[in-house]
Design a binder for this molecule. Structure first.
Ligand code: GAL
Length: 935
């Protein structure tokens, strides 16, 4: 066994840390090492069970904590975090880590919650975000991105030199949370070893002393020292796998197997399922509920449990635990819309799903049963039925076995039974098992369960705790199936069945319990030479009702955030409704969210209390809308004297313009949202059409006015038009030909052409080709007969220092602050529901007074109107996404923090209509109502 050891830095621990982060840095810093079995923190093995979280998709620090608490309560002991270069950098040399970009604060939260972090700063991250995380200004930097080209090298080093010091001071080796550092992202084709090597070298030079990982994709490149020739190698090579693909419209199909289970990629490092599918992008507009079904509990049981036993993985990153919102101009235009719910276990509005329940069942188990951190393949119990497949691993030191039981045909819905002949560490056992529907179980044998000895069980272990001198253990199985659990005792123990129907027998040191998984049975076992055990035997659903916070088990609440204290347990928990709360701890008293509640002791030795539910809430209707015209720029007399002259004749973009000057928005520093163009020419009276080309990204449009007259709109070019390695660039992207009405132009007279071009976000660079990522946005060609046109361009005015570079584009309301709460719309007229083609603005305000101790996530729902239009919605100045009348998204998350839950809110809508349209009134919709919340 080779154990890699990393040097621990000699600098004073916490020297650069923020005020809270430095608190307990005096404690000796642990070393993070690994071998082929697992990661180790100061020699102690850790099974890393982490879920992916994108802070940039949740612009509210309070909700970061809320969501991290939810992730932790699901049994995760870690999070995987991308850091998004473009989110922090509006232009070269400028970086911002404040407010919703304060990742130092984020990392402190993970520390406070005791979650490990796999830090993934890219520089490239993909993630269905604009530019795949590359800043848009990089489009103006010569040289291929994701290579060792000098231009790109200077750029990405700028980013790493800022983000690395933040990550460094939060490493587990310095008392922080970061346990691994991931270099690049699925860097698989068009690779450049010198670039990959430089990322690791810079990380090490900055003080990264935790293992460096890479999430490999597609069998393409190999980045480990033991299997590859070296340059660019990382310590632990992980595998990304999305076995269900993204076929959300057909959620009952099952993906490929074999490649669908994580492979070992480094001989001397743990098997790492770096990004394992835990949701899907909604490529076909099926809706995220379908994506959630595609990657639902049955898939999770079969695939995730196989990763543990078939592959022996001990490092997991589930993509995504919580997806969030691609607010502002965060979405990459080709694959996603505003919502990045992802069909994840935690919904975009932070609600917990049946997938969350399954994560909890698996996560609590895997982070409880320590022998799972070190296992080798072992012989499995013989199955009497070929349709029931068994497979096992065992811990070489303790002998503990973990057995995977599933259908041999993993896609079948059949109900199969078998008898297992099981040679376990404590003896041979013959036990019945049943696999009902798509299912897989992880069964234990020879396991020291606290002070107990579990010989074998056909129920799965949820978790066990030790408190007040006794063990409490929860075992579960599918409703209606039989369970057998055998516990070892020196002498016959005293068994008391408190509830449910459980048969027991004792012979040769084996206490055998037989039962059907039905509701929740309770058995109290004492004597027999061991400390007492409260055994709770339940169904899958009953198991999911349990929460574990440290050594306290709780049931009855919708969430448990923490449980602290000895004689009084202080519970921070959420409740969807009034009901009983049961706490398994030897305490005498109970407080719930800071208030004492009366609790009585039950025969199970737990505390039982009745807790009140949330009060009903009433939401205001959105009325008193006012409106303003949104395209004064189209008028010939509009003052554009302060606009940027667009007269460039060259560009670093690999895609060349059809006409000159270069009109690419990025070349003039306008990277996000809409841009306006105004072209002036003198008519010769012969012009018949305005002929344009524009690239907007998928689903983008542009609109054209001549001498103030609206001529129409056209669809902008998309990624495919720009070509990739196999297809040459499209010579005619996003064409639009607009007939000039007769009489509109007069020979010898000046004319003004105004064009508003949308920008749906920047392409990613997944294949490291540069041509996709550098694809321009804005006009790529413009002609009106033979006229010589001079151009001006206007995009976003300046970066909003609070909301960041991706919040605003160049619409008039964005430039003049109509989106902001402070703006007075008193001169605006009362709004009509009918909209004429072009652009217009709507505003209203509403007051909320939501109860302080309740969590009521709200969404804004757009009713189906008529006509083709799109709406960019601003809540208190924050661009919370884009509604398209063509769908699919109608509900838009309004996250607390941006939403003032007690106070006045301002909604501003930029409406861009392609034709006459009627827009219905949007409404506020409560997604849930819980007493509690992360306070
Ligand atoms: C992976 C990538 C992630 C994300 C995911 C699909 O290939 O690493 O960033 O794009 O696919 O959602």
């Amino acid at each position: 066994m080779v154990a890699a050891t990393f040097w621990a830095p000699g600098s004073p621990a916490g020297a650069e840390a923020g005020p809270e982060a430095g608190a307990d840095r005096a404690v000796a810093a642990p070393k993070i090492t690994y071998d082929k079995y697992s990661l180790m923190v100061d020699g102690k093995r850790v099974l890393l069970w982490s879920g992916e979280f994108h802070y940039f998709r949740l612009p509210s620090q309070a909700l970061w904590r809320d969501t991290l608490e939810r992730i932790k309560a699901a049994g995760f002991n870690g999070v995987s975090l991308y850091f998004h270069w473009g989110y922090h950098s509006p232009k070269q040399g400028v970086y911002d880590f404040t407010g919703v970009r304060d990742v130092d604060r984020l990392l402190r939260m993970t520390e406070e919650l005791g979650l490990y972090v796999v830090a993934r700063p890219g520089p490239y991250i993909n993630a269905e975000t604009t530019g795949g995380g590359l800043p848009a200004w990089l489009k103006n930097v010569p040289g291929r991105a994701r290579s060792s080209d000098p231009g790109y090298t200077a750029a990405y080093r700028e980013w790493l030199d800022r983000i690395n010091p933040i990550i460094v001071r939060h490493q587990a080796t310095r008392g922080g949370s970061v346990i691994a550092y991931n270099a690049e992202n699925e860097y698989a084709v068009n690779t450049d070893r010198a670039y990959m090597a430089d990322i690791s070298a810079r990380a090490r030079a900055a003080g990264i002393d935790v293992p460096i990982t890479h999430n490999q994709c597609c069998d393409a490149a190999d980045w480990t020292t033991d299997w590859s020739t070296g340059q660019g190698a990382v310590d632990i090579l992980g595998v990304d796998d999305y076995p269900q693909a993204f076929n959300c419209p057909d959620p009952r199909t099952w993906g490929t197997w074999g490649t669908g289970v994580t492979e070992r990629r480094s001989r001397e490092a743990p098997v790492y399922a770096a990004e394992y599918q835990a949701g899907a992008i909604d490529l076909n507009d099926a809706g995220y509920e379908k994506c959630r079904e595609l990657t639902g509990p049955d898939y999770m049981k079969v695939y995730y449990k196989s990763n543990l036993v078939t592959s022996g993985a001990t490092m997991f990153g589930y993509y995504m635990a919580y997806g969030g919102t691609s607010w502002g101009w965060l979405p990459q235009p080709n694959d996603v819309y505003t919502s990045y719910d992802y069909g994840a276990a935690i919904t975009e509005n932070r609600q917990l799903t049946t997938k969350y329940d399954e994560f909890k069942r698996q996560g609590l188990f895997l982070t409880t049963a320590a022998p799972l951190t070190k296992t080798d393949p072992a012989s499995a119990p013989a199955s009497s039925n070929a349709a029931v497949h068994t497979e096992a691993r065992a811990n070489p030191d303790t002998g503990t076995q973990v057995v995977l039981v599933r259908h041999a045909d993993r896609t079948t819905d059949a109900d199969e039974s078998a008898t297992l002949t099981w040679t376990a560490p404590d003896g041979s056992y013959t036990v019945p098992v049943r696999v009902k529907g798509r299912d897989a179980k992880l069964l234990l044998a020879g396991y020291d369960m606290g002070g107990q000895r579990l010989a074998v069980s056909t129920s799965e272990l949820l978790t066990h705790t030790e408190s007040g001198g006794r063990d409490v253990a929860v075992l579960y199985g599918k409703e209606g199936t039989q369970g057998t659990t055998v516990l070892r005792y020196a002498t016959r123990p005293t068994v008391k069945v408190l509830s449910g129907s459980v048969q027991t027998s004792y012979a040769n040191g084996n206490l055998t319990l037989g039962y059907d998984h039905q509701g929740l049975a309770r058995v109290l076992i004492s004597d027999g030479g061991r400390r007492p055990l409260l055994l709770l035997l339940g169904t899958d659903a009953e198991a999911a009702k349990f929460w574990r916070a440290d050594d306290v088990l709780v049931r009855g609440t919708s969430l448990v955030r923490s449980a602290k204290g000895q004689s009084t347990i202080h519970l921070r928990a959420d409740l969807a409704k009034a009901g009983d709360v049961e706490v398994f701890a030897p305490a005498r008293g109970l407080t719930l969210n800071g208030k004492r509640i009366t609790a009585r002791r039950t025969p199970s030795g737990s505390l039982l209390a009745h807790a009140a539910g949330p009060k009903a809430v009433r939401l205001p209707e959105l009325t008193r809308w006012r409106s303003a015209e949104g395209a004064p720029e189209a008028k010939p007399g509009f003052d554009d004297s302060r606009w940027t002259v667009a007269d460039k004749t060259t560009t670093v973009s690999p895609i060349k313009p059809k006409t000159l000057p270069v009109l690419y928005a990025d070349d003039y520093g306008y990277h996000h949202g809409h841009v306006w163009y105004r072209g002036r020419f003198t008519s010769d009276g012969q012009e018949k059409t305005v002929d344009l080309n524009a690239i907007t990204g998928r689903k983008g449009i542009y609109q054209v006015w001549l001498n103030g007259r609206y001529l129409g709109s056209a669809a902008g070019g998309v990624q495919a038009d720009a070509g990739d390695a196999s297809t040459p660039p499209n010579p005619d992207p996003g064409p639009g030909h607009f007939t000039i009405p007769s009489g509109l132009l007069k020979a010898g007279q000046p004319a003004t052409l105004a064009v508003l071009v949308g920008n749906m976000g920047h392409n990613d660079d997944w294949t490291a080709e540069d041509v996709r990522q550098k694809q321009p946005r804005g006009l790529v060609g413009a002609s009106v007969g033979d006229a010589a046109i001079t151009w001006k361009i206007q995009g976003a005015r300046a970066t909003d220092p609070v909301r960041g570079p991706l919040n605003n584009g160049g619409l008039i309301g964005e430039r003049l602050g109509w989106t902001l709460p402070g703006y007075s719309d008193r001169t605006w007229r009362p709004a009509q529901s009918t909209i004429t083609p072009g652009s217009s603005w709507l505003r209203t305000t509403f007051n909320l007074d939501l109860p302080k101790d309740q969590d009521v996530p709200l969404t804004l729902r757009f009713p189906q109107g008529s006509g083709k239009y799109r709406v960019i919605l601003f809540l208190n100045g924050w661009n919370m996404g884009q509604y398209l009348s063509t769908g699919p998204q109608r509900d838009f998350a309004l996250p607390a923090g941006i939403l003032r839950e007690r106070g006045r809110n301002t909604l501003a809508l930029a409406v861009i209509a392609e034709e006459n349209a009627t827009i219905g009134k949007p409404t506020l919709v409560p997604v849930a109502n819980h007493r509690g919340g992360a306070r």
